[in-house]
Design a protein around this ligand. Structure first.
Ligand code: ATP
Ligand code: MN
Length: 464
């Protein structure tokens, strides 16, 4: 009897001498003059391929060998043997071959290696079969496990916040509308939109953040986090923005901004360490093929404290550093990516937490400082990705919060449930949002955020 085994397991501690059943896709095939063929089999369970040795004497050899082109899917039953070849511990000597599906060598887009990332984006359904995107899928998976482990080991509750929302929150302009109204027909009739006739009876959108709903749970079950897809309709065609991305948002009662910063720092360090420990081969690939500094950067983050400077201090640094920036720096304006990266990459050479931002550029829910000018906000800036976390201590004082909403042009009545948290048993609390894809940029050295998510959505792009 043969034993079905994945390539990763076969290579790691496969049962030498046993009859194994391996299945996957052919990466390459070469024939030797001595009547052998060598097939490199990959099943996605790890970066490495498993070498299959096929002897002429295997039944159906002549016919099989023609079908074993790059991309074809096969099953092999054979003996797992210690390999004499350099660079691999084991190989399989085939006794039985099955071809599940052929892949026409003339047409298969991944027949040749070395395609550009731009080209691969156009075949997003096939790119997971390449080394880079296979590694990305495994690293992304490990990162998500690490995120859950970090919070679960600290007793945080995982909360599912809604994806469809009617709270016309924060950046209404940045939201994708959700509707079942027949827009084409209404446009033809030039009719007014009547949202009471819409599916939810009012205007609905895809969420830009689960924070406000997470706060309601933090004020009930304690430390919690939400982790899911987030949608922003901003038309920013950069290498760091997606229209659909994944965000992790912890929310903690009885935390002030310092507690929040400490958690954010521990969190980033812990999830990066997890990926280094669990995806060594994939990370080695990124270091060898994508950016040779990725391991150094990751280890540097794991082993050093983050710098902490106030926004005001950061502005002074940027104004006096002598560096030329495309966008001018001035107290009161939001930092651009070039400023964030200068601070993390050149000035501090490690992650930096900026805190106490001008209230005019930050959201209504951030706690106001006594100075009347700043709020208890924090951003974590890292090399390569720039801002990966935005967070704050939340305003827990009802009167101040209502005043801030008015200052920001929001109608407090629309947020009646959010204000209830301040009416009934309010507590100081804090939280932050981490962009999953920004962490992947940092970890893997990929330079375009479209290449760290399976199916990127960006303005004018949602083909798959
Ligand atoms: P940025 O200034 O980089 O546009 P932001 O300040 O608008 O980001 P926040 O609202 O603070 O973003 O969101 C929290 C985190 O979510 C950010 O720190 C970032 O890691 C991530 N993020 C925000 N917008 C995007 C996006 N469009 N694509 C991918 N990740 C994003
Ligand atoms: Mn932010």
């Amino acid at each position: 009897m043969s034993q079905r085994i994945k390539v990763a397991a076969a290579l790691k501690n496969g049962p030498i001498g046993a009859l194994v059943d391996v299945r996957g896709w052919v990466r390459t095939r070469r024939e030797s003059k001595q009547g052998f063929a060598f097939v490199e089999l990959n099943d996605g369970s790890c970066m490495a391929n498993l070498q299959i040795v096929v002897d002429q004497s295997v039944p159906g050899y002549q016919q099989f060998i023609k079908q074993l082109t790059t991309g074809s899917s096969i099953g092999v039953i054979g003996e797992l043997k210690a390999s004499p070849a350099k660079g691999q511990a084991v190989e399989v000597h085939a006794r039985e071959l099955t071809v599940f599906g052929t892949a026409d060598a003339e047409k298969y887009p991944l027949q040749k290696k070395g395609h550009s990332f731009e080209f691969l984006r156009e075949i997003a359904h096939l790119r997971p079969r390449t080394n880079t995107f296979g590694a990305m899928a495994r690293v992304r998976n490990a990162l998500c496990v690490a995120i859950h482990e970090f919070f679960q080991s600290r007793g945080f509750v995982y909360v599912h916040t809604p994806i469809v929302t009617t709270s016309d929150c924060e950046g209404a302009g940045q939201m994708f509308q959700v509707t079942t109204l027949d827009l084409a027909r209404l446009a033809q009739k030039q009719a007014e939109l009547d949202y009471t006739q819409d599916f939810f009876g009012k205007r609905a959108s895809l969420t830009v953040s689960g924070q406000l709903e997470a706060e309601t749970f933090a004020c009930a079950v304690g430390d919690c986090y939400t982790f899911g897809p987030t949608f922003r309709a901003e038309n920013s065609n950069t290498t760091r923005h997606l229209s659909e991305f994944w965000m992790v948002e912890p929310e903690m009662p009885f935390y002030d901004l310092n507690d929040n910063m400490r958690l954010a720092e521990d969190f980033i360090r812990s999830i990066i360490k997890y990926v280094l420990d669990h995806c060594a081969d994939d990370m080695k690939f990124f270091a060898e093929r994508i950016d040779k500094t990725v391991l150094e950067t990751a280890e540097n983050i794991v082993n050093h404290d983050f710098a902490r400077v106030s926004y005001t201090e950061a502005i002074e640094i940027l104004e006096t550093c002598g560096q030329k920036f495309e966008f001018p720096v001035q107290w009161g304006t939001d930092l651009q990516s070039e400023h964030e990266r200068y601070l993390a990459e050149q000035k501090f050479k490690r992650p930096v937490i900026l805190y106490d931002y001008p209230r005019a550029i930050k959201s209504f829910y951030m706690r106001c400082n006594e100075d009347g000018k700043t709020v208890r906000a924090m951003d974590v800036l890292v090399p390569r990705a720039g801002e990966i976390i935005g967070g704050s201590q939340r305003e827990e004082r009802l009167d101040v919060l209502i005043e801030r909403m008015q200052e920001c042009g929001l109608n407090p009545d629309d947020y009646w449930w959010y204000l209830d948290l301040r009416r009934y048993g309010t507590v100081p609390h804090a939280g932050f949002g981490l962009g999953l894809e920004r962490v992947l940029l940092l970890l893997t050295g990929m330079t375009n955020i479209r290449d760290v998510i399976p199916y990127p959505r960006t303005p004018k792009h949602a083909e798959f």
